[in-house]
Design a protein around this ligand. Structure first.
Ligand SMILES: [Zn+2]
Length: 257
């Protein structure tokens, strides 16, 4: 799920990684909501070919069993603005980029993505704990592998991995998955290192942000490198392509269950 360049400074290929990690919350038949470990959940979802179907929707799997948000309720999202400047850009400009990214998703789907203002420092950010804030569905944070003041996420230690995202969901007995929580973590150290070299500028983050927010919405990777859901961060890429939008609409069509 991750493609990496040799080095941030490679002149010929500044391809930075984006990584998707999913955490599973399952509901068994006749049971209340239960949280299961990722490994156990993966085993329970193995298909006949021994492979676990991805909860993220891409070209190859069934929208009916992909994790998706309800279109009937607002989806509240926020940014914990701590460390934005450390990623090499002005806070206000970065928040504006996120607003435009999220608007591009609501424009396509009709999802009511509602921005909730929160104060910096609100997100849970301990290692091993997903960034979450009570009352918010999708939380965006800026962290690094070794921030001594908090916002430390060792999984970001690979210098070519510039962001991670998660999606949690509830699953019913038929395999349908209702998204419950999404998280996006931007690696401020790697972003700061990348900005201004290899053709990357702050606006190039738009596609990266759309990619990660796409995961938080339930999108998987696309093999077409022109799409934002292609799993390399490429300079000069714009917003959602027709292919991205088609996949997103298929998710949104799963509606209010
Ligand atoms: Zn990805």
């Amino acid at each position: 799920m991750v493609f990496l360049a040799r080095t941030l400074l490679a002149a010929s290929a500044t391809l930075l990684a984006v990584l998707s990690i999913s955490l599973a919350t399952g509901v068994g038949p006749g049971l209340g909501p239960v949280t299961v470990s990722g490994a156990a959940h993966e085993r329970s979802r193995l298909g006949a070919d021994g492979r676990a179907p991805s909860p993220f929707l891409s070209g190859g799997n069934d929208p009916a069993t992909a994790a998706h948000w309800s279109t009937c309720q607002p989806i509240r999202w926020t940014i914990d603005r701590t460390n934005i400047e450390a990623s090499g850009v002005a806070r206000q400009g970065e928040v504006g980029r996120w607003q435009r990214v999220v608007a591009s998703f609501s424009d396509v789907t009709g999802y009511r993505l509602k921005y909730v203002a929160t104060k910096p420092g609100r997100a849970a950010h301990e290692p091993g704990v997903l960034p979450t804030i009570d009352g918010v569905d999708i939380v965006i944070t800026y962290e690094s592998a070794d921030d001594p003041g908090g916002y430390q996420r060792p999984s970001l230690a690979d210098s070519r991995r510039v962001a991670e995202s998660w999606l949690s969901w509830l699953e019913d007995g038929t395999g349908r998955k209702r998204a419950t929580t999404g998280s996006v973590v931007m690696d401020y150290e790697d972003l700061a290192a990348a900005t201004g070299i290899g053709g990357y500028d702050p606006e190039d983050r738009f596609a990266l942000m759309a990619h990660e927010f796409g995961h938080a919405m339930g999108l998987g990777h696309d093999e077409d490198e022109s799409t934002v859901m292609f799993d390399e961060w490429l300079a000069g890429k714009g917003g959602l392509t027709d292919a991205d939008k088609a996949t997103l609409r298929a998710l949104a069509a799963q509606s209010c269950d």
